[in-house]
Design a protein around this ligand. Structure first.
Ligand code: SF4
Length: 214
């Protein structure tokens, strides 16, 4: 059984897949407590579903792109089997993970979107750095949520240290909602000369920052 907060069909708001229709399976629970977390409602509660019940809900939406997210989706052991089942049914599967749990055992057909925690999150010490070495340049993406100038400096250092420009399909630079001036962030990025992608969370602009299930 998996503990599930919500399953819904919407527009993908982040990554290079932004703008595409996508079914989201949002699993309950997260071992981290990022200061700017926008999904604290996933920390507790949720309903228990079998993998087959989840698969049936996914099939009912009739969408070939599926994201397994959370909370921290990899914190529940059964999630690895769900991901394998989704891949077996030839869904295009995205895994949005906070970088605390090892991605080693994720089905290799799934695309990883790995969130590297920066200092302002309060959780930078819990990054599993070995996850960065497992990224595949043809399909995996890495994301830094930036809440200020020191986070940006940390991101730049990490990008260089782990050679992420060649190791990942895309490096996503995402402003922490309401915490960093968007024009400042755009300027830091352009001045850096780095091959990164600034991303805004599309769903928050469409439906507002606090609306769930979108
Ligand atoms: S890892 Fe994600 S869900 Fe967990 S506290 Fe951080 S932002 Fe929230």
């Amino acid at each position: 059984m998996l503990r599930v907060t919500e399953i819904f069909h919407s527009i993908q708001g982040e990554s290079t897949h932004a703008g595409r229709p996508c079914t989201f399976v949002r699993l309950t629970g997260c071992p981290m407590r990022c200061t700017w977390c926008d999904s604290e409602y996933t920390f507790t509660g949720g309903d228990h579903f079998t993998n087959e019940q989840i698969m049936q809900k996914v099939r009912d939406f009739g969408c070939r792109l599926v994201e397994v997210t959370g909370g921290e989706p990899l914190a529940q052991r059964e999630a690895f089997e769900l991901i394998r089942q989704l891949c077996d049914e030839e869904y295009e599967v995205l895994i949005e993970t906070g970088g605390y749990v090892s991605t080693t055992n994720v089905d290799e057909r799934a695309k990883i979107i790995l969130d590297v925690k920066c200092p302002a999150s309060g959780e930078a010490d819990r990054n599993d750095w070995s996850n960065l070495e497992c990224l595949r340049a043809d399909q995996d993406e890495v994301k830094f949520v930036i809440a200020g100038a020191s986070d940006w400096e940390f991101a730049k250092k990490t990008i260089a240290q782990y050679e992420l420009e060649t190791r990942a399909k895309a490096i996503l630079i995402s402003p922490a909602w309401g915490l960093v001036d968007l024009q400042d962030l755009a300027r830091w990025i352009t001045e850096s000369g780095l091959n990164v992608r600034m991303q805004l969370q599309l769903h928050k602009y469409i439906w507002g920052p606090d609306v769930r299930g979108v």
